[in-house]
Design a binder for this molecule. Structure first.
Ligand code: AGP
Length: 610
């Protein structure tokens, strides 16, 4: 996901210290969590709009060294790019400049090809492969037709299809910064000190202001040093609430750990405690009383959130006996919806609340008049404004791109949902319910026990670090965990991996098993353990090195060594423990392979493109 930051207005103090552009670098650094492969800035200097770009993970530092600390300006924009159209190259990097227009963009202009053809016929030429450059050319063309930026931006919104947030400089207007928002988030940072800002996320501006306006969809803004005017798609001025960002939210320290990812893996016992406190104050059904009326649940999500949804399916079906379907969000949104009654609840799970595929899937459900619930971690996200009900997770800001604590918080909320629905629908007896509540108190200690035995995960990481393929096996809920373990290994260490249902491997893929092929077998369900162990023997007979992740109530005598034994807890809570060794194995392997653990290559923290 790309990051945008911009400012307009003079700050005499900053000018004196040659720091008037520092917000561009500080802001882009705060947006690094979104993932990027290049960065650029543009600003007025001596009445000319200058553009500087760098590629690679050091691009922000290079901009600071080569440009930012050397000039003063009263208007500028900055951008971190996560490539969607075209590789990470200087030509494709933002800001893009066409004629009088220089802009930065987050999102996708879906009809850019046809617009590009039209503009080529109007004698525009293009250096890059990007949709963004087409956007800049279109605005430049429309401005030449109208000589009025308001009319230009209104017409732009009519002509362009897609999700986008834009920060725009017009060389004719050195005192105005323009912004457009449609779907992708964009905020306006407000001060009464003769300077205003724009950013993709308020976190980019917290060193400069915590007062901000959240631009609404299909709106554009004309921002001056002491005035902000925001217009809707009809060109009418609209009022906007000025919000105050809680500065305490900026949990961006590593707590002394070497990486955010490790800090966040270790935070999971604390996150669980917060989830339990929230649950005890306003249990799921107390906060969402109408939940119990639904006869079917459809979960839509992507990546790790999808894997969390699978955990939810097993738990809700087992303990509440409500049928649950889990679909990849980008698939669901094109499927015909047959649940035409209002008895189906569609749940979108998303850490960021900005994932385009999940947002579109929820909108698809709403078009069929289905009720929607968002299980969301990031407060104030776009998804919150779409769903009928919100269930916030308690993970706090997650900086590591490969999710860990946010995933755990998702499966915790789903476990509480299954618990409350099971109790309400009388599938969980009072005594069992009380036992589970008791177990909630001891779980954080067990989480910490697992976290404190890191050496064994390092040993396993050494075994797998140079392998070409690693397999994860499981049955039932253990298969959902195998999927998350496999994804973590791929994301963090770039080792190819595949999760397979233990019973299915022998129907073909077993052909890939060779001597010493690592196979992590997730074995926590006592009802399925013997079957999974049989499947493990099948691959061991072909030379595989099976490493079980197994509960202490199931015998691991069948396995040589390297067993990861975890405490047995109530099945409703078991996944919360089981996932931690899988996260740590992936983490240790990534460190051994000298990977960029917090910002894995090619990944973005929130994928706001489809
Ligand atoms: C997280 O480890 C993954 N990088 C990714 O699959 C992520 O879970 C997915 O993109 C969904 O993100 P969301 O939870 O913010 O919607």
């Amino acid at each position: 996901m790309c990051g945008i930051v911009g400012f307009v207005g003079k700050d005499k103090q900053l000018d004196k210290e040659k720091k008037s552009l520092s917000v561009l670098i500080d802001g882009l650094r705060q947006l690094q969590y979104r993932g990027y492969d290049s960065a650029g800035v543009a600003f007025f200097e001596d009445n000319i709009v200058k553009v500087y770009k760098e590629i690679g993970i050091e691009s922000i530092n290079l901009l600071e060294q080569n440009v930012i600390s050397k000039v003063s300006s009263n208007l500028g924009v900055g951008h971190t790019r996560w490539a969607t159209h075209g590789e990470a190259s200087i030509d494709n990097c933002h800001p893009h400049q066409v004629g009088k227009i220089t802009l930065v963009h987050n999102g996708i202009i879906e009809n850019y090809s046809e617009l590009k053809q039209e503009l080529i016929h109007l004698d525009y030429s293009f250096k890059s492969e990007t949709d963004t450059e087409v956007g800049a050319a279109l605005i430049d063309y429309l401005y030449h037709q109208t000589n009025d930026m308001n009319k230009t931006l209104l017409e732009f919104m009519k002509r362009v299809k897609g999700a986008y947030a834009l920060g725009i400089i017009n060389s004719d207007d050195p005192k105005k910064l323009f912004a457009i928002r449609n779907e992708n988030p964009l905020i306006i940072g407000i001060t009464n000190e003769g300077r205003n800002y724009i950013a993709s996320d308020i976190i980019a501006l917290t060193s400069y202001t915590n007062h901000y306006i959240e631009m609404k969809n299909e709106s554009f803004a004309v921002i001056k040093d002491n005035n902000v005017s925001i217009y809707n798609k009809s060109g009418l001025l609209v009022d906007n609430e000025i919000k105050i960002y809680d500065m305490g939210n900026t949990e961006i320290s590593k707590n002394g750990e070497s990486t955010f990812t490790l800090k966040e893996i270790k935070e999971q016992s604390c996150v669980f405690r917060k989830s339990v406190e929230k649950y005890q104050k306003s249990g799921t059904l107390k906060s969402l009383p109408s939940l119990a009326k639904y006869k079917k649940i459809k979960i839509v999500a992507c990546g790790s959130a999808y894997h969390a949804g699978l955990i939810g399916k097993y738990l809700i079906e087992k303990f509440a006996e409500i049928p649950v379907d889990v679909e990849i969000a980008s698939e669901y949104r094109y499927n015909k919806i047959l649940d035409v009654n209002r008895k189906t609840l569609v749940i979108g799970i998303s850490q960021s609340g900005e994932t385009a595929d999940t947002i579109k899937a929820l909108e698809h459900a709403k078009e069929s008049d289905l009720d929607t619930l968002g299980i969301i971690n990031a407060a104030g996200s776009s998804m919150e404004r779409i769903v009928d009900y919100i269930l916030n997770t308690c993970a706090g800001r997650e900086i590591g791109v490969a999710t860990t604590k946010a995933y755990s918080a998702q499966i915790t909320e789903l476990a509480f949902m299954a618990l409350d629905l099971g109790k309400k629908l009388k599938h969980i007896e009072k005594e069992e319910y009380q036992n589970i509540l008791e177990e909630l108190k001891t779980l954080p200690i067990k989480i910490d026990q697992i976290l404190n035995t890191r050496d064994q995960y390092l040993e396993i990481a050494k075994i797998i670090m140079n392998k070409n393929d690693v397999f994860y096996l499981g049955r039932g809920i253990d298969y959902a965990l195998a999927m998350e373990g496999s994804l973590k290994l791929k994301e963090l260490s770039y080792i190819h991996s595949e999760a397979y249902t233990a019973g299915e491997l022998k129907h073909g893929t077993i052909s890939l098993i060779e001597k010493d092929t690592p196979v992590l077998a997730i074995i926590t369900d006592p009802n399925l353990a013997s079957k999974t162990i049989s499947n493990c023997k099948e691959v061991m007979a072909r030379g595989a090195n099976v490493i079980p992740v197994i509960t202490d109530s199931i015998s691991n005598l069948e396995f040589k060594n390297n067993s990861i034994v975890i405490p047995t807890v109530h099945p409703l809570l078991q996944p919360i423990l089981t996932v931690i060794p899988l996260q740590l194995i992936a983490y240790e392997a990534a460190v051994l392979r000298d990977c960029n653990v917090d910002k894995p290559k090619n990944l973005a923290k929130s994928v706001t493109v489809e």
